[in-house]
Design a protein around this ligand. Structure first.
Ligand SMILES: Nc1ncnc2c1ncn2[C@@H]1O[C@H](COP(=O)(O)OP(=O)(O)OP(=O)(O)O)[C@@H](O)[C@H]1O
Length: 298
């Protein structure tokens, strides 16, 4: 695979008089796990549906490795739609083999892949059960297996982690990481920001149909790290400095969080802390994804 980047450019779409997507532009790079984050109704599902071609946006385009999304390219996508959509009355293993066959995988290979995925997702015992008799979390695991069965070149997953227990989440995360390491661009949406923060190399943050931040997850958080400090003064539970240009945004057992405006001097904060007592901790902090999200959405 050469440059297997998924590029989404200028996607715009109205549903009636409601603008669902407003110039959505971002990239999903090969070998990277990219988290797609946004509030309910922000436009994640609509964007994913436009990428895989199940809906046609009013404007904008999508390319993969620089080429248009032809039918041929679309067959190489592993897509897990929000509305799911497997066959409830078909046996689990049979269903996976069937899907692989439809996507052009040979019989023996399809059987081998289905068995390997069922094993990896801890579903071997349920292989001969009808899908609808499985718990929702286990049905979800089968959905993931279905998206992976043809070893796709691109993975687009709408909330793959919702409803999974912690063990299934780890198994799923490991599968996605494995595919990313094989050079596949992976885009998945989630409302579980702690999980996205832990897993993702890249982020796309969408708000009201517009991408408000995208790129390397660590870099995005660090860009906003410049002016927030955490200070712990020994023996004082809730030290609160009263200095010009500084705002206390939180205090507790982990110390006091202080935002400094552009003109405030961190050394003045340190001096004030030292005057109050022994300084046990003084550092710039990197905001969590939850804080970053709240900030960019604001
Ligand atoms: N088929 C449709 N008809 C009309 N409006 C729609 C349709 N699909 C989506 N929308 C609207 O488009 C906007 C974006 O919806 P979308 O489902 O893409 O958001 P989302 O980010 O996936 O939300 P969630 O996190 O709740 O799944 C919302 O305002 C939604 O109501």
């Amino acid at each position: 695979m050469t440059d297997a980047t998924l590029a989404v450019h200028g996607l715009t779409h109205d549903f009636g008089d409601r603008r669902a997507l407003d110039g959505v532009t971002f990239e999903v790079r090969p070998g990277r796990l990219t988290g797609f984050v946004g509030a309910n109704g922000a436009g994640k599902t609509t964007t994913m549906r436009a990428i895989v071609g199940v809906m046609r946006p009013d404007a904008g385009d999508v390319t993969f490795g620089g080429a248009a999304m032809t039918l041929e390219v679309r067959r190489r996508i592993g897509y897990m739609p929000e509305e799911r959509g497997l066959y409830p009355k078909m046996k689990v293993a049979e269903q996976l083999v069937y899907l692989a066959r439809v996507l052009g995988v040979g019989k023996a290979e399809a059987v081998a892949r289905a068995e390997a995925l069922l094993d990896a997702l801890d579903l071997t015992e349920r292989r001969d059960d009808l899908l609808h008799t499985l718990s929702l979390g286990n049905q979800q695991r089968v959905q993931v297996a279905a998206a992976l069965i043809h070893e796709p070149d691109l993975l687009i997953l709408d909330e793959p982690f919702s409803g999974l227990d912690p063990i299934a989440m780890d198994a799923m995360a490991a599968r996605l990481r494995e595919r990313a390491e094989a050079g596949v661009p992976v885009l998945f949406s989630s409302h579980q920001l702690d999980l996205v923060e832990r897993l993702c190399d890249d982020l796309v943050l969408i708000h009201q149909g517009r991408v408000v931040a995208s790129g390397d997850a660590r870099a995005l958080r660090e860009q906003r790290a410049g002016r927030r400090y955490r200070v712990e003064v020994g023996g004082i539970d809730a030290w609160r400095p009263a200095l010009a240009g500084m705002t206390v945004v939180g205090s507790g057992p982990q110390g006091t969080l202080v935002d400094l405006d552009g003109s405030a001097d961190p050394q003045a904060l340190l001096a004030a802390a030292q005057a109050a007592g022994p300084v046990e901790h003084f550092s710039r902090t990197v905001p969590s994804l939850t804080e970053l999200f709240a900030e960019v959405v604001r």
